[in-house]
Structures are given as structure tokens and as C-alpha cells.
Design a binder for this molecule. Structure first.
Ligand code: HEC
Length: 124
């Protein structure tokens, strides 16, 4: 009788083992992923003209800053990462275009457009 009880106990213990895969995934609500909810802004439809109007007088082949061109999506994309140089120089520090630039400066609305574009990952 004791033997049978021991066998049953061992069976219960063995049957209580579980695989890691069976464990529920812990829910972590402390750091929600930020989501962009604004309008869809693209390089082609919205920000290309800003670079053309305000940047390529200097940032283009044959111009003064030819080594950092901003004439295509590929060229601009070098600087569009979060915290990248377009964020810092144009929007945070506001020193691009530099003081005295003959091609003018972005309006507040144009800066908003640029910021929204960067915030959604600078799509083409
Ligand atoms: C009048 C000429 C001129 C215009 C217009 C101009 N830039 Fe510049 N830009 C420069 C010069 C010169 C430098 C290098 C010196 C410096 O970093 O301040 C530079 C540097 C930069 C850099 C740093 C690149 C690196 O790799 O460090 C970025 C980014 C930049 N400009 C973005 C822009 C953007 C975006 C515009 C348009 C909204 C713009 N610039 C308009 C002259 C200009």
C-alpha cells in the first residue's frame, strides 16, 4: 500500500513538470512602444522640395558642400536616423541652413512637416 502511494506521488510530481515554451509570455506594459499617429509624410510628396529649396544650393555636386550632398533620397537618408544630423542641425539647433543663407530658411510649418517625417521614420 505504501509502495503504491509512493508511486502515485512520483507520478504526480513528474506530471507537474512543464516546458519553458508552455509558460505564458509575461506582459510588460511599463514601456509602451511609441507610435506615430500623424499624417503620412513622404520624401517624394513633401520633404524633397524642402531640401531642393533650402539645402542643395550648398549640398550638391559642384556647390560648396559637395561632399555632403542632399539631392536624392539615398543621400538625405544618411542623416535621417532618430537623433541624426537633420534632427539636430535643422530642428534642434536651427543652424542649417546657416545664418545668411541666400536660399532662405524653413518656415515653422515646414519645420513641422520635416519633424513629422523624421518621427515616422523618414519614408520615401
Ligand atoms: C549656405 C550653404 C548651406 C545651406 C543652404 C545648407 N547648408 Fe548644411 N552645411 C553647410 C556647411 C558649410 C556645412 C559644414 C559646416 C558645418 O557643419 O556647419 C554644412 C553641414 C551640414 C550638415 C552636417 C553634415 C555632417 O556630416 O556633419 C548637415 C546635416 C546639413 N548641413 C544639413 C543641411 C540641410 C538639411 C539644409 C537645408 C535645410 C542645409 N544643410 C542647408 C552649408 C549649407
Amino acid at each position: 500500500m505504501k509502495k503504491a502511494l509512493t508511486v502515485i506521488l512520483i507520478l504526480i510530481m513528474v506530471s507537474c513538470r512543464y516546458n519553458k515554451e508552455e509558460l505564458p509570455t509575461p506582459k510588460n506594459n511599463s514601456t509602451p512602444t511609441p507610435t506615430y499617429n500623424g499624417p503620412v509624410i513622404t520624401y517624394t510628396n513633401h520633404t524633397k522640395k524642402l531640401f531642393d529649396n533650402y539645402c542643395i544650393a550648398c549640398h550638391a555636386p559642384g556647390a560648396s558642400v559637395s561632399f555632403w550632398p542632399l539631392t536624392s533620397y539615398t543621400e538625405v537618408s544618411v542623416y535621417t536616423n532618430p537623433g541624426g544630423k537633420i534632427q539636430v542641425r535643422v530642428l534642434d539647433q536651427g543652424n542649417m541652413p546657416p545664418t545668411g543663407s541666400a536660399s532662405g530658411f524653413l518656415t515653422p510649418a515646414e519645420k513641422d512637416t520635416l519633424q513629422m517625417w523624421l518621427d515616422q521614420g523618414a519614408p520615401q
